[in-house]
Design a protein around this ligand. Structure first.
Ligand code: SF4
Length: 359
């Protein structure tokens, strides 16, 4: 399947990293017809809750009541993520937070880690511990929004935190246990932020990853030279990408680390033809023959073969997204089989489906 991508004028740091690893993935991500494949699941929502609580912890006041701060901050971010998750899986009933996998254990672990960090952060003896710095300047835009200089770099983003004390400014990436973020990706991410920081201030920063307990892992090999080379490589890749838009010849880089969590496997022909395409990715595809509306949900009749009898039913879809899609080609993955039937399926919270007009 081809991606009709929009041209890149500016790119977020996270998309710039994706572009370095697989340009086809960025092509799909920049084509609106594949938007509903973008995944959000309970693990990513829980990761976002943790990330936000850790960021808020940066402004926890000395002498404050940690327990009540932690409970209220956790609840505030959890209910915001629950809201987002509920919208993303409509019309399915969302799973209540009490039933999210690992939620209780992650909350307890985070509370303990932050409490330990609090104990040393405000202890006089720990004040000069360079390996356990408190956060400052959280979620900082680079370049800053009011930077009045042209031309600006092609990439932009928000660094987790910047600490300004010490010999050099320290750029911090927060580690909250997202397994898709490898050290290679972190190195590239911090290189781009270093480039942006130096562009804006003229100062060369140092970089580190910080876990929720406050421990730092220094990235000592990010010299100014290597940081500039990383940015130049991204710039070159953006030009190459833009030159391929008309023909949609974006290269697919099929390998386990790129593809395992890629949202576009279901429409990526190179992935489907590779030996990484295991049976666990069952794709149901065909032409939408009929949409049967039953109020809150609808059912799709999908013609999967040449004959009129080769069709399946897919239940539980959002009518506002599917009512106008008769004649479109549709792709589904992650469906559940209806009990006792070979031809009826239901969506669940892990299902993804799209309809595209080009057949
Ligand atoms: S499935 Fe793999 S090769 Fe295909 S777009 Fe995604 S990351 Fe790239």
């Amino acid at each position: 399947m081809r991606a009709n991508s929009r041209r890149i004028e500016k790119l977020s740091v996270s998309d710039a990293i994706r572009l370095q690893f697989c340009e086809r993935q960025v092509g799909f991500a920049r084509d609106g017809q594949f938007d509903s494949l973008k995944s959000s699941n309970l693990y990513t929502h829980l990761g976002d809750v943790i990330h936000q609580v850790v960021e808020d912890f940066a402004s926890f006041p000395a002498g404050g009541d940690f327990r009540s701060w932690f409970e209220s901050t956790w609840e505030m971010h959890l209910s915001a993520e629950y809201e987002k998750y509920s919208k993303s899986i409509f019309p399915l009933e969302p799973r209540r937070p009490e039933a999210w996998p690992n939620l209780t254990i992650k909350k307890v672990e985070l509370g303990r880690s932050l409490k330990r960090r609090l104990d040393w952060q405000f202890a006089p003896a720990a004040a000069d511990r360079v390996d356990r710095v408190p956060l400052e300047g959280v979620e900082v835009w680079l370049p800053s929004r009011n930077l009045d200089r042209e031309p600006l770099p092609l990439v932009y983003g928000r660094i987790d935190a910047i600490r300004h004390s010490g010999e050099k400014p320290l750029l911090v990436d927060l580690k909250t246990g997202d397994s898709s973020v490898t050290i290679e990706r972190t190195r590239m991410q911090l290189s781009l932020y270093s480039y942006l920081y130096e562009f804006e201030t003229g100062l060369e920063p140092v970089c580190a990853r910080q876990d929720v307990s406050g421990n730092l892992e220094w990235l000592t090999d990010l010299s100014s030279g290597s940081v500039h080379r990383t940015y130049e490589a991204v710039e070159k890749k953006i030009q190459e990408f833009n030159s391929k838009i008309a023909e949609s010849t974006f290269e697919a880089s099929v390998n386990e680390s790129n593809c395992t969590l890629c949202d576009y496997r279901v429409v990526c022909d190179d992935f489907k033809a590779s030996n990484l395409n295991s049976e666990s990715l069952e794709v149901i595809q065909g032409e939408v023959a009929r949409v049967i509306d039953s109020g809150r949900m609808c059912t799709l009749e999908l013609r999967i073969g040449e004959g009129r009898t080769d069709s399946v039913l897919i239940h539980g879809l959002d009518p506002s997204k599917w009512a106008e899609k008769v004649g479109f080609k549709a792709f589904f993955t992650g469906l559940s089989r209806s009990a006792g039937s070979e031809t009826e399926f239901r969506i669940n919270e892990f299902s993804r489906g799209i309809a595209v007009s080009a057949i």
